[in-house]
Each structure stands twice: as structure tokens, then as C-alpha cells.
Ligand binder design. Structure first.
Ligand code: SF4
Ligand code: SF4
Length: 458
């Protein structure tokens, strides 16, 4: 396949968008990417519907500030853990970028996986190889073109609709999604509109915007220049080995490099760049050019990996891949964040309690030599089972008298209560006494809270 048939590189000078017609060449890395994408797609489409102990595997309900990860429910009170997890993910991506460049984009990012492994495959299946697609696009509106374009765009809309529904299931939960789907539209206008807005957005991205998301829009792509350095492993062309490039000729007087200038590495590139010009922001490290070039090297009996995973140092200095101080620093930060996150997850109580002494009221004298303060408490049951709880002070001499009784805590619900705390006057030695309250279910402690008790001046 010649360069002119697929990703035309040097022919566009009018400033218009160059539409990509990447060639699909199967190779070892492409095979690995395909397997990874199958796992990813299965997980993506099933995770919001699978349950662990009655909870979805993943739910990211930003509207109600309720998050579920692997069946564990996190509430607004746990938001700092969510923030920690987000920070750890960001540091992890930064670390990965410092070490391996933009490999996340080519191998894990949903944009690339859906574009290259789903939508592109449908397009190839309906419209054919790059040359056939280009001819179809540039040709007149014949019956064949109308049928093929309709089939492609209807398939894209259906797929975008399925993705939009799954995406929404991650945010509102599969039960709420089912309610929107099965009940009359007029009961769920906002949900119904969301499905179609997301469908439209996905359809627009995968049918029109495509690789521009990676090359222009995505801020992560823009960060590459800052994050990568001469030690970063990226998809790179070994120019010392490849140059001077030139077509293979039987009798050539000039000594040639290994690149036979076949253009296949450009033909397969989904972002349409020529990796032989050096590392570029547009490269999403999809490794398609490595596979393509290896097939050429194999045919002409040259060593593989003329294009491969190299750092600048590896090509120029023939150095080995190294673990730099920068990588060590980011690894330490990531381990710290993960350590803190693990600690907080294991420390997490089943019931969250906030106790407030009634504002503006001091103490009251009660019969029997007791002094009392009034409190209100909010309890949140973070588990998915109902809990019958009582509040127990840290000192047996302290009593609790409920004004508003504490009822059973339903699963994932909150409960409000008001009560007196009574302390024998003889036990009060300062105006402010620290009190700890435990939330108990039988002998099991579900949570704790601290508050202060105001007593008379001694
Ligand atoms: S595929 Fe390999 S041999 Fe062909 S042009 Fe690209 S780098 Fe050169
Ligand atoms: S240059 Fe190679 S690795 Fe980079 S986007 Fe193009 S084909 Fe993928």
C-alpha cells in the first residue's frame, strides 16, 4: 500500500482538515491491544450491572455524592478518600507518562479503545479498506454510497446510544436507568434528555471529531512536553539505524540505512503522523507503526524494532532503560497516597455520626443531682443493611435521655435525633468536659463522636 492511498501526508496545503484513513495491519502488539480492549469493553459494559453484596461494582453518583467502588459505599463524608483516590490516580498517570510516555492513550484511554477497536472496525467492515473508503468519500452519491453511509451512521448511532445508557448507569445506577427506560417519558424528562444528549455527544465524537480529541482537545496530550524527558520510553524511530532511508535496490552504490521508505508506518498511524520525524505530541503510542515496520523488517531480513519503545538516551547513547530520580520521587508520592488511602479505608466506620450541642443553651440542673446539656445528632448508615443502634457514653456515670428517639437506621439512610446528656454534678470539675459517644449495635462499635459538655463554674 502506497502512502498516497491512505494517510496522505504532504498533499494538503489549504488548511482544511486531513481526514484519516489508517490502514489496519495485524501484528503482535495489535493482538495484545485487542485482547486488552476486549477485557476493557466487557468490564465497561458489565460493571454498572454487576453486584457485590447488593451494591454495584462501580457507581459514581456525583449528583447525590454517593460513590460505590467494588461494592464499598462512599458518602459525602468520605469525599476526602475519593479525592485521595483521584490524586493517587493522577500521580499514577503522571508516573506512567514519565516512564512510558503517552502509552495510556493508546492502550487504556476509552477514547482510543472505542475509536480504534469498535467504531473504526465497524467502518472498515462496512466501507472497506482505506483506499475504498477514500474513493467512497470522494465519489458521487451513488446508491452504494447512500446504503453504506446510512448503514455506518445508523450503526454508530445505535452504538452511541448503548454507550450513553451504560455511561448513565455509572452515574445514576442501573435501577434508575431501568426506571427511566421502562416508565413513561413524561415522568423522566431529564433522564430521557440526558440519554439523548450523551448519545449525540458520543456519535459526534466518534463519527466526526475522532483523532482530534487526542491531538488537539485532550489536555493530557498537551502535557507530554512537560512530563517526558530523554529517559522516557516512547514509540520512537531509531534514526541512527534507519537513516539514510531509501527504497531497496538490488545494486546500490550508496550505503543505506534500514528504513526502505515504504511509508507503511505512516499508513497505519491513526493520527496521521510520520514517526520518523521524531517524537510528536500527536503520537498516542498505539504501537501500530511498530507492528507495521516489524513486518517490513521481517520481510527484508533485517533486525526487528527499527521503530520500537526507545528513550532518547537509548538511541543516542545506546543506554539501557533507567529508573530515574524523577520516577522515584513520583513513585514515593504515589505509595504515600495509596498508603493513606488504604489506612482510611480500613479505619472507615459503618455509621457516621455528627453531634452538636444546642446553640445558645448552657446547662440545666436536673433532679437527682444531675447537670444536663441538650444535643442533636445526625447518623448516617453507610452499610447496605439496617442497623439498630444506641448511643453509649464513654463513662458509665453519664446518662442519655432521648427527646427524639433514635430509630432503626435503614440501609444507606440518615437519621436525626435529639437528646440530653446527664452527668452527676459531683463528676463535673471544669466548665468544659470532653465526652465521647459510641454508636453501638449490641457489642459491636459502629462509630464514635466527640463533643463537649458545659457545666457550672466551680
Ligand atoms: S515502516 Fe519501517 S521501513 Fe517502512 S517507512 Fe516506516 S520506518 Fe521505514
Ligand atoms: S506514530 Fe505510531 S504509535 Fe504514534 S500514533 Fe502513530 S502509529 Fe501510533
Amino acid at each position: 500500500m502506497m502512502l498516497s492511498e491512505t494517510n496522505k501526508l504532504d498533499t494538503v496545503t489549504d488548511g482544511k482538515r486531513r481526514w484519516m484513513y489508517p490502514l489496519i495491519r495485524k501484528g503482535k502488539l495489535c493482538q495484545y491491544r485487542s485482547w486488552l480492549s476486549y477485557v476493557y469493553l466487557i468490564l465497561f459494559f458489565t460493571a454498572p450491572y454487576l453486584r457485590i453484596s447488593g451494591q454495584p461494582v462501580v457507581l459514581l453518583n456525583f449528583i447525590e455524592r454517593r460513590f460505590v467502588i467494588l461494592g464499598q459505599v462512599f458518602w459525602a463524608q468520605d469525599i476526602f478518600m475519593f479525592v485521595l483516590a483521584m490524586l493517587a490516580s493522577v500521580v499514577c498517570i503522571v508516573l506512567f507518562t514519565i516512564a512510558f510516555g503517552r502509552v495510556f492513550c493508546g492502550w487504556i484511554c476509552p477514547q482510543t479503545i472505542f475509536m480504534e477497536m469498535v467504531f473504526r472496525k465497524i467502518e472498515v467492515w462496512i466501507e472497506g479498506n482505506p483506499k475504498q473508503r477514500r474513493t467512497l468519500d470522494e465519489g458521487p452519491w451513488t446508491n452504494e454510497k447512500i446504503v453504506k453511509k446510512t448503514a455506518k451512521h445508523v450503526s454508530f448511532i445505535v452504538l452511541s446510544f448503548i454507550i450513553a445508557n451504560t455511561f448513565l448507569a455509572y452515574i445514576i445506577g442501573s435501577e434508575s436507568l431501568l426506571t427511566i427506560i421502562t416508565e413513561p417519558v413524561n415522568l423522566h424528562w431529564s433522564g430521557f434528555a440526558s440519554i439523548w444528549i450523551f448519545t449525540g455527544a458520543f456519535y459526534f465524537i466518534y463519527s466526526q471529531v475522532r483523532e482530534i480529541v487526542c491531538t488537539v482537545i485532550c489536555p493530557y496530550g498537551r502535557l507530554q512536553g512537560v512530563l517526558t524527558d530523554k529517559h522516557t520510553l516512547v514509540v520512537a524511530y531509531n534514526y541512527l539505524r534507519g537513516e539514510p532511508r531509501g527504497k531497496l535496490k538490488r545494486q546500490s552504490e550508496q550505503p543505506k540505512g534500514d528504513c526502505v521508505d515504504c511509508g507503511l508506518c505512516v499508513d497505519v498511524c491513526p493520527t496521521g503522523i510520520d514517526i520518523r520525524k521524531g517524537t510528536q505530541l500527536e503520537c498516542v503510542n498505539c504501537t501500530a507503526c511498530i507492528d507495521a515496520c516489524n513486518q517490513v523488517m521481517d520481510k527484508i531480513n533485517k533486525p526487528l524494532n527499527l521503530i520500537g519503545f526507545y528513550s532518547e538516551d537509548m538511541i543516542e547513547q545506546k543506554a539501557k532503560p533507567s529508573f530515574t530520580g524523577r520516577m522515584a520521587a513520583y513513585s514515593s508520592v504515589m505509595l504515600l497516597l495509596l498508603g493513606a488511602l488504604t489506612f482510611f479505608i480500613f479505619q472507615r466506620s459503618d455509621v457516621d455520626i455528627t453531634v452538636m450541642r444546642s446553640a445558645g443553651l448552657l446547662y440545666q440542673e436536673q433532679p437527682g443531682g444531675y447537670i444536663s446539656n441538650i444535643y442533636s445528632a445526625d447518623l448516617v448508615n453507610k452499610t447496605n443493611t439496617a442497623q439498630s443502634v444506641t448511643l453509649v457514653p464513654n463513662d458509665n456515670a453519664i446518662k442519655i435521655k432521648y427527646i427524639q428517639p433514635l430509630n432503626k437506621l435503614d440501609k444507606e439512610q440518615s437519621e436525626h435525633t435529639t437528646f440530653f446528656i446527664l452527668i452527676p454534678a459531683s463528676r463535673i470539675h471544669t466548665t468544659k468536659t470532653e465526652i465521647e459517644l459510641k454508636v453501638m449495635q449490641g457489642n459491636k462499635e459502629l462509630g464514635t463522636a466527640s463533643t463537649t459538655f458545659i457545666g457550672p463554674l466551680k
